[in-house]
Design a binder for this molecule. Structure first.
Ligand code: GLC
Ligand code: CA
Length: 550
């Protein structure tokens, strides 16, 4: 993009598909690429500009595809390369780009590279991975723990060394220090880009610059050099969009990745608004109480940090997070209102919004009661670790139900029929029983449904430059229930107000957002003016287009 022009992806809304759970075309219980193609009209009606497709590459699926065995082949259960080319073409015919998930911090232990690497110290591929000798006592080289439980180091008898698997033993970390490996990755990226994809979402990209011997994993000393090289070798000069996932990026480091003159990425997925509410020791499986003031502070800090340079990615949900209406809203009595309020608050900020499949109809968390209902490698790994540490099973299940990744991975609820219309067979993970009432068919039939609300938000972004590029001014930062801000440019002001609680609340409208206006969107009967003290209904949210900014 140019420094002052607007890039297509800044006025567009992204939509994430988790292929395994989206739509199954052949009754094997696993979503697939032909299934996605059959639902493209749903996404075109919603108005999304591009799809972030979670990994579809050949994989043993230890982490549902975030463990890639062949970067240039499609997983058999998802389809073929020809299906993939069809998806790219069919999406493009509807004005939708396909952004692929690039998982290059690690491969699968089934990748041919790793098979050769683990067989011999002299194979060229041995150095594509990270090997260390054991400690003096023969144990692992360090006490670094894998994200999914257990040691991050696995002993390989054939070469008499340990390899690093920062996530799990099935996901050995690639050694980015090796230039031949980097060349293979860049060639592979170009091969995909030449097939016409719209860009990459880069999985845990902030880990690639690690310095293992110094114990530095996140945002290590080599990170930005590698990203700049990658940009030169693959991304430069192409009209695509890139977004790097990072669990460690802060407002202090964000512009190193996405500053416009850096030649690295367009955006980062940051998680400061998520990790602020996790237990420092037990992490996501023991959530801390939610605090709206703190939450707003994090989001507004990010708005401020990327106001002049860089660009925000706006999201509350993805395949690693619980359903947003369950986590931040009310998935019972006020499900409709709270789903719309959260969407309104997020989508009208400055940045590119991302919708996670099912969010557009207010899908909720699963409520599993037994550990055998869970499928996620992370949940199962932590279950083993934590119950061994004495955490009671019931406590663990409570945490997993609140924050576990399977919440987002139950099948997409298309209709009220058997298995929610997701499959004619037995789904790989249980369908949420609430599909009888929460499903695409029912929601879309309702003119006041959640889908209609999201469609309107996406349309507003497409049509109103102030929503894309206008300045954002946080309002009433200390209000414990209301998230509010204005967006302004030289001609326009938009006031956005959302009560994010299930109680009516009084709100003293700040002077800078008082006035008459035209209601752009609302989840209760529209207001024509806001001034003085107003009472907001439970989860009431709206945006008013007001007269020219002063
Ligand atoms: C990212 C992915 C997550 C995966 C992990 C390891 O965080 O989003 O699903 O398990 O990386 O690849
Ligand atoms: Ca299938």
């Amino acid at each position: 993009m140019t420094k002052h022009g607007i890039a297509w992806w800044q006025a567009a809304t992204g939509y994430q598909i988790y292929p395994r759970s989206f739509c199954d075309s052949n009754g094997d219980g696993i979503g697939d690429i032909p299934g996605i193609i059959s639902k493209l009209d749903h996404l075109a009606d919603l108005g999304v500009g591009f799809i972030w497709l979670s990994p579809v590459y050949a994989s043993p699926m230890a982490d549902n595809g975030y463990d890639i065995a062949d970067y240039q082949a499609i997983a058999r259960e998802f389809g073929t390369l020809e299906d993939m080319d069809n998806l790219i073409a069919e999406a493009r015919a509807r004005g939708i780009g396909i952004m692929m998930d690039l998982v290059v911090n690690h491969s699968s232990s089934d990748h041919d590279w790793f098979k050769r690497a683990r067989a011999s110290r002299t194979a060229p591929e041995h150095d594509y991975y990270i090997w260390r000798d054991g400690a003096a006592d023969g144990g692992p080289p360090s006490d670094h723990r894998a994200s999914f439980g257990g040691s991050a180091w696995t002993w390989e008898p054939a070469v008499g060394r340990f390899y690093l698997g920062h996530f799990s033993p099935g996901q050995p970390d690639l050694n980015w220090q090796n230039p031949a490996l980097r060349r293979e990755i860049y060639d592979m990226m170009n091969w995909w880009l030449d097939r016409g994809i719209a860009g990459f979402r880069m999985d845990v990209i902030s880990l690639i610059g690690k310095d293992v011997d110094a114990g530095i994993y996140e945002e290590g000393p080599y990170l930005h050099g590698f990203l700049q090289e990658m940009h030169r070798e693959t991304l430069a000069g192409r009209d695509i969009v890139t977004i790097g996932e990072s669990w460690s990026v802060s407002t202090g480091t964000a512009l190193l990745y996405c500053g416009r003159d850096r030649g690295e990425l367009d955006m980062v997925f940051q998680f400061n608004h998520v990790t602020a509410f996790e237990d420092p020791e037990f992490g996501k499986f023991r959530p801390k109480p939610f605090d709206l003031i703190r939450f707003k502070q994090v989001l507004f800090d990010w708005q401020r940090a990327l106001a002049e340079d860089g660009w925000n990615a706006l999201f509350l949900s993805n395949h690693d997070l619980p359903r947003q209406v369950s986590k931040y809203g009310d998935d019972g009595r006020y499900r409709l209102q709270s789903a719309k309020a959260l969407a309104t608050a997020m989508h009208l900020m400055r940045g590119t919004p991302f919708i996670y499949q099912g969010e557009e109809i207010g899908m909720t968390n699963a409520a599993f009661t037994r550990i055998d209902q869970f499928r996620d490698v992370e949940t199962l790994g932590h279950y083993a670790d934590q119950t061994a540490r004495g955490v009671p099973v019931a406590d663990f299940l409570k945490g997993a139900n609140a924050n576990g990744r399977d919440n987002a991975r139950t099948p997409m609820q298309w209709d009220a029929g058997p298995q929610a219309g997701f499959t004619t067979g037995t789904p790989w993970i249980e369908v949420n029983p609430n599909h009888a009432t929460i499903n695409v068919e029912a929601d879309r039939a309702d003119p006041d449904g959640i889908f209609a609300h999201y469609r309107r938000l996406i349309q507003l972004r497409r049509e109103m430059p102030v929503i894309v590029t206008g300045d954002l001014h946080p309002m009433a930062a200390d209000h414990p229930a209301v998230l509010a801000y204005t967006r302004t440019d030289s001609e326009t002001r938009v006031a956005v107000v959302a009560n994010l609680t299930g109680d009516p609340v009084d709100f003293d409208v700040p002077g800078a957002m008082e006035g008459d206006g035209i209601c752009l969107i609302a989840n209760y009967p529209p207001r024509a003016a806001i001034r003085g003290r107003i009472t907001l209904r439970p989860y009431e949210a709206f945006a008013l287009l007001q007269s020219a900014a002063p």
